[in-house]
Ligand binder design. Structure first.
Ligand SMILES: [Zn+2]
Length: 279
């Protein structure tokens, strides 16, 4: 294919960051950490391999997801506990914070709210950084493994993809019919998963997660949250998912709640845009 004479010059233009972080509302991590120190553990949920479980976290509380048995990735969905229509917005979180999340980054909610749902307080894999392949952990670039893509690419009906696990867990938690619960399942935060894009073809890749038993990711809840976590059938995602082939392990979710009623946390206000959309 012929290239324009100025092709090199066009490619040489320096990129511009889409969303400057200078004006992004920042969490007061020191206040959150102080509050975390006053919390008490109030519940825990063990997520079985190739399955999912729901959990609730009060505003001003915290939750910690821990690898407890063997290398395992988890697919996390979050909703406002009072309104399932407000849910984690993976794509905008990616645009604001980058392809992978770590300490101090926030999980933002869907339009019209676009407000922080949770802030990452601790990440024991923070040391990993970006590896020579361009891979890193806790991505917001993947979606979730699902039976539809699997059926399209490989045929068959595999029922323990994260999408189905999350759907069953939400249906059990809410009493919604499966078909309705499914509509609330959304693109995830891929906890502990190591992913990136190949530099030559731009394809989404995964590789064995560096997570080991004892590693954890901890969040401060900025609103009353309903969460669902799936222990991905891919295990450490070193080879394949959407099958029972990989070694798969449980994950632990621990909930921490403010002990003192004085520690009431006011959730962030919804986005201030007037929603008239030019009409
Ligand atoms: Zn999965």
């Amino acid at each position: 294919m012929t290239q324009p004479v100025d092709s090199d010059a066009r490619r040489a233009i320096a990129p511009v960051i889409c969303y400057p972080v200078e004006t992004l509302p920042q969490p007061d991590v020191s206040v959150m950490t102080f509050r975390r120190g006053r919390m008490q553990k109030s519940a825990e949920v063990t997520v079985p391999p190739r399955d999912a479980r729901c959990f609730k976290v009060p505003a001003g509380g915290a939750f910690r997801i821990t690898c407890i048995d063997g290398p395992q990735v988890g697919d996390l969905n979050l909703w406002s506990a009072g309104d399932l229509r407000e849910r984690f917005y993976s794509g905008k979180t990616r645009a604001l914070h980058g392809t992978h999340l770590s300490k101090g980054d926030r999980m933002w909610s869907s339009f019209p709210h676009l407000r922080p749902m949770a802030t990452i307080l601790e990440d024991s894999l923070d040391w990993y950084g970006i590896d020579p392949f361009g891979g890193s952990v806790h991505d917001v670039i993947g979606t979730r493994c699902d039976p539809y893509t699997h059926h399209m690419l490989s045929g068959g009906h595999y029922h323990h993809c994260c999408h189905s696990n999350l759907t069953r867990a939400l249906a059990d938690e809410t009493g919604l019919p499966m078909a309705e619960a499914e509509t609330h399942v959304h693109d995830v935060l891929n906890i502990f998963m190591c992913t990136g894009f190949t530099r030559d073809t731009g394809q989404y890749f995964m590789k064995a997660s560096p997570v080991r038993p004892g590693d954890y990711l901890e969040f401060f809840a900025e609103m009353d949250l309903l969460g669902a976590l799936s222990a991905c059938p891919g295990g450490d995602c070193s080879a394949e998912h959407s099958s029972d082939a990989a070694a798969c392990h449980p994950l632990l979710v621990e909930i921490f709640s403010p002990e003192n009623p004085m520690d009431h946390w006011l959730q962030p206000a919804s986005n201030g845009y007037d929603r008239s959309h030019g009409r």
